[in-house]
Design a protein. Structure first.
Length: 388
């Protein structure tokens, strides 16, 4: 049976170059990076080299880069750490209704602790209203956190404009850039980004390693106690092989960015056009211009997304109905509901996220099976029968 992976927003395959770079630190160079002997110094040097590569990729300084276990920890550390440190100044945080659960669930918890959260609306394409952002700012506003690009519909937010608004009002601006890093050029200085989250497994690096960027001068409270690693902000023995892999992965991503963006976008557009031509009663979700190159989110009317995914799986095709972090829920995507889709249409959504290893032949195989599966599922749907 075929094995076609089209869920690169959930995770990506480890790049062969990245694995090769990691291998010595899984075998010969296994020292603890906090040790003072040579074996430890070697791994410390590898950690700092990776830190420099990551800083360079986003135009930050190496000592503004903190290693974490991934995007969720980075988001939690940023939101909680900044909120707790600044609570004497104010208790108001602004975010959006379509953030990743790592942001939304953290904000819900902070609400229970006495913080006030404003959840901005988004338009039909998933873009926040800058005027609503401005009008939501209060004297007590201490943090704005808006994701760089949405994980379900791929929409890219006006990050530079948001950063300028936050800077004008002397408010800290954090962005969850987990989906954007490796796909888009990001300059934290030019975009006035004070804090940023990323995760290596979204750009062909290893799982279990992420980064939190925090601009120099911004203080955040740690919530991982123990040793004094990461400049006393994140206790725990450094995951050296993963850190090395993340440094190599981000280096490759930006080395090959133009080539892979062109290749991936062409495949994505080819897929969307094929579906539009061959399957009726669909809705493309998200902005087609301000969008991640590999993302496609399409709602197929009169069917359930879960049934579609299971049938695709039987054909060896890996896809998604939305975020991997909410895949255990039978409820329709909160992102699709936030952009105005009714429940019955939101339920029939399919997210395809194309990566650098995908081919046109795989897209043809996907479309061929989609045509058959959607047609068959609609024949069994009472909604479709009633519609016709």
């Amino acid at each position: 049976m075929k094995n076609i992976y089209l869920d690169n927003s959930a995770t990506t395959r480890l790049d062969d170059e990245v694995l090769k770079e990691m291998m010595p630190y899984l075998t010969e160079e296994y020292g603890n990076a906090s040790s003072i002997y040579k074996l430890g110094r070697n791994t410390r040097n590898a950690v700092e080299t990776a830190r420099e590569k990551i800083a360079k990729a986003i135009n930050a300084e190496p000592d503004e880069i903190y290693f974490t276990s991934g995007g969720t920890e980075s988001d939690n550390t940023a939101i909680r750490g900044i909120a707790y440190h600044n609570k004497k100044k104010g208790n108001h945080i602004i975010t959006s209704k379509i953030e990743h659960p790592a942001i939304l669930e953290t904000c819900k918890q902070l609400e229970k602790e006495g913080f006030e959260i404003t959840y901005l609306n988004v338009d039909k394409n998933g873009i926040i209203d800058l005027e609503q952002l401005k009008s939501s700012i209060k004297e007590t506003t201490i943090l704005v956190s808006i994701m760089f690009a949405n994980n379900e519909i791929g929409t890219i937010e006006p990050i530079k404009e948001i950063g300028a608004i936050a800077k004008e009002h002397n408010i800290i601006f954090h962005t969850d850039a987990v989906q954007a890093i490796g796909s888009l050029k990001i300059d934290v200085k030019e975009m006035d980004i004070d804090s940023l989250s990323m995760s290596a497994h979204k750009f062909y690096g290893p799982k279990g390693i992420g980064v939190l960027y925090v601009k120099k001068g911004i203080i955040f409270q740690k919530f991982m106690n123990g040793g004094h690693q990461e400049r006393n902000k994140r206790a725990g023995t450094e995951n050296v092989p993963a850190i090395v892999g993340m440094g190599k992965a981000i280096e490759i991503a930006y080395r090959d960015l133009e080539k892979h963006t062109k290749q991936i976008k062409e495949l994505r557009d080819y897929y969307v056009n094929q579906v539009k031509d061959k399957i009726p009663y669909i809705r493309i979700n998200g902005d087609m211009e301000k969008r991640l190159p590999g993302n496609s989110n399409i709602s197929f009317r009169f069917i359930e997304g879960e049934g579609l995914l299971l049938n695709l799986d039987l054909k060896g095709i890996c896809a998604s109905s939305g975020s991997a972090c909410t895949s255990g829920s039978l409820d329709p995507s909160y992102v699709l509901l936030a952009i105005g889709l009714p429940h019955e249409i939101a339920h029939g959504s399919l997210r395809i996220s194309i990566g650098k290893y995908n081919t046109k032949e795989e897209i043809d195989y996907l479309v061929e099976n989609l045509v058959e599966i959607v047609g068959r599922l609609r024949e069994m749907s009472p909604l479709y029968e009633k519609f016709n």
